[in-house]
Ligand binder design. Structure first.
Ligand SMILES: [Zn+2]
Length: 665
């Protein structure tokens, strides 16, 4: 369909760095450019682009190709579509053959849907520009202080109140109205037949992806809204339904408009509502985006991670905003994305009515000095954990319930940090900022880790003996044999495996504490902390936390002896006192704990998988199987990613924020 020489012309003219740079943040590395691969999740860049050779290659997932392949793969386009897009962008004329309706159909539903959205965007914009029909929409924009230039940038439009106007327009364009229903533009009219405009009598914000395609719409009521066809109260916001082109869990409002600024500032500012995005862009903050009426998803974080180095959250200061902030913090920590939280200026003084809430317009924001305050707030946003330490805690001061809630939230966050060193630093920062002992923070983390729902990382104590045979003898090959006092108390009632149900102590874990009791210099080393995170017994974890805070394990064990003799017997035995390589012992024990943990994790996973299959939840079963495979291979990055996506699915679902009044602007 496109002559070969034209293809070559396009290939020569298309700047592969510019095209790929639209989706991936690229850095120069010698003659080539590097970035995070958009085709597979990764933390260190293995995606390379060679402008000289005109191709890309990923050493992680082996994906490679030229500029056409990239557009085809990433934007789901056919070769001809990719070529046409690139030709348009780099000014190459493509001789076009007039398309028949059959040919258009053959090009696929996806393209037809994008075409429909483009037509609708044109229609809505024309209506907005019409002095009479677009009056309500323009009045609303005037009220919000949105300038024409910004309305154009976001391609804002207005859907007129007459039921059939869009359908009539689409008919004149010979569009497929059934497909318009599928893409969410039209809906069948229940009584009179025909179709009506789902967005009618609303201001329409097209959702545009980098590359320029309109994949869907988010529309809001502008005055006294017309009732729904069934007479019910209309929702304030309507977003496009899921379709071949609109995947809301991956989309962000404003991304196409913010992309360039993000490449410069290396950051992205996340706000809650679409109009926050528009208002801030007009006020000069152009690296701002919003999730589309849903709770933030791991997929959205992945998109942002490729394009920016850090995420700054600028959410409302109310209760729902706090919850959304917590949720976003958790996702970013899990995805290892740098995250900061900016406080909206004015929130503290005026009880939640910052410059962006309640319809403050951008002009007054700039004129009233609010923009400067906001810039200050964004530029000096605090790290996610410091946010807790200084903001939340200071608000909770004097209120015991609020303090313990804040600590629990922070602990839940820290429990997600995979890197033990990083976690250690955060624990220290938190303890410092919260003005509590490190042990208090550690205990809080241990407690929330105990109560984490999901895949049974924490086995029930009663399952332990069956699943981990007492192989502690193999756990520390360097430990002295019968030399120490190890025989004392090991036989008879002192054996933890023989202890009555409910108070059983995992023997491998007791060994770790015993070793540390005899070699206190190992406490608080990265090796010991690593072992700590693998302890499943809360009593032993508490002992370690206390020891880390300076208490003697021997004394702690003696005290515990009153309630639980086995701890005292083992820990006070001094069996590791003569060890030649206590650090080596500790590493070996830790390795043993890791093996055991993954065995238990796998067993739990198999159970969840079987029950998902039984319920017929194929999606869950597929993801659990992926997780099991990743666990088996020891791919920790993948494991973390799947676990986080599973938890979103299990805990929050894809709750529409707008339904609880959150997508406010
Ligand atoms: Zn890759």
């Amino acid at each position: 369909m496109i002559p070969d020489d034209v293809i070559s012309q396009i290939r020569d003219a298309a700047d592969i760095i510019q095209v790929i740079g639209q989706h991936v943040q690229l850095r120069k590395a010698g003659r080539n450019w590097k970035g995070l691969c958009p085709f597979h999740g990764e933390k260190t860049p293995s995606f390379n682009v060679s402008p000289d050779k005109g191709f890309f290659h990923c050493f992680g997932c082996q994906k490679h190709g030229d500029v056409f392949t990239f557009v085809m793969e990433l934007e789901g386009k056919s070769f001809v579509e990719a070529a046409e897009q690139l030709a348009g962008r780099f000014g190459i004329a493509v001789p076009r053959i007039e398309e028949s309706p059959e040919l258009r159909k053959a090009r696929g539903e996806r393209v037809a849907m994008l075409e429909l959205n483009k037509l609708a965007t044109t229609f809505y914009r024309e209506v907005l520009a019409d002095p009479k029909r677009g009056e309500a929409g323009r009045a609303y924009l005037a009220k919000r202080g949105v300038k024409d230039e910004i309305a154009d940038r976001f391609q804002l439009g207005y859907a007129p109140s007459d039921w059939g106007a869009l359908a009539d327009y689409l008919k004149t364009q010979r569009a497929d109205l059934e497909l318009a229903v599928k893409v969410g533009l039209l809906a069948p009219r229940p009584k009179s037949g025909g179709y009506y405009d789902r967005n009618r009598d609303r201001l329409v914000c097209p959702v545009i992806v980098p590359g320029g395609d309109v994949v869907g719409f988010s529309s809001r009521v502008v005055g006294a809204a017309a009732p729904s066809p069934d007479g019910s109260e209309p929702p304030k916001y309507i977003n496009s339904p899921e379709s071949a082109v609109y995947k809301k869990s991956k989309l962000l409002f404003g991304l196409a408009q913010a992309r360039e600024a993000m490449a410069v500032t290396k950051r992205v500012v996340l706000v809650e509502g679409n109009f926050d995005v528009i208002t801030l862009h007009q006020a000069g903050f152009t690296d701002v985006v919003a999730p589309l009426g849903t709770a933030l998803t791991p997929e959205q974080i992945n998109v942002l991670k490729r394009m920016a180095e850090r995420v700054v959250l600028l959410y409302d200061g109310d209760k729902a905003g706090y919850k959304a902030t917590m949720h976003a913090l958790g996702l970013c920590v899990e995805a290892d994305v740098e995250i900061q939280v900016a406080s909206r200026p004015g929130n503290a003084k005026s009880g939640g009515s910052g410059p962006l809430s309640g319809g403050m317009d951008p002009d007054s924001l700039v004129a009233g000095g609010g923009a400067d305050q906001l810039r200050e707030a964004i530029d000096h946003a605090k790290g996610g954990v410091e946010y807790f330490a200084f903001e939340v805690w200071s608000k909770a001061r004097g209120n015991v319930d609020a303090r313990s809630r804040a600590l629990e939230d922070a602990a839940r966050l820290v429990a997600k940090v995979a890197n033990p060193m990083k976690r250690d630093l955060i624990v220290a920062t938190l303890a410092d900022g919260l003005d509590v002992d490190v042990g208090v923070v550690r205990n809080a983390i241990a407690r929330v880790a105990d109560h984490r729902p999901g895949l049974g990382r924490e086995p029930m104590p009663s399952q332990r003996p069956a699943q981990y045979p007492n192989n502690s003898a193999n756990a520390h090959p360097n430990a002295p044999g019968a030399g120490g006092g190890s025989g004392v108390g090991m036989a008879g009632a002192g054996d933890p495996q023989m202890a009555p149900a409910g108070s059983r102590l995992p023997s491998e874990e007791v060994e770790v504490i015993s070793l540390l009791a005899d070699h206190p210099s190992l406490i608080a080393t990265p090796e010991a902390d690593k072992a700590f995170w693998l302890l499943t017994d809360a009593r032993l974890r508490d002992m370690y936390s206390a020891a880390r805070a300076g208490q003697s394990l021997h004394e702690l064990a003696a005290a515990a002896g009153q309630i639980s003799p086995p701890i005292a017997v083992h820990v006070l035995s001094g069996k590791y006192a003569d060890s030649k390589d206590p650090r080596g012992d500790l590493v070996a024990m830790t390795r043993n704990l890791e093996v055991r943990k993954s065995e238990v994790g796998l067993a739990e996973l198999k159970k969840s998988l079987a029950s998902a299959q039984k319920r017929g939840d194929r999606d869950m079963a597929r993801r659990l199987a992926q997780l099991a495979e990743a666990e088996r291979k020891g791919d920790r990055e993948l494991v973390a990613r799947i676990r986080s996506s599973l938890e979103i699915g299990l805990e929050t679902g894809e709750a529409e924020i707008s339904s609880n009044g959150k997508q406010v602007d």
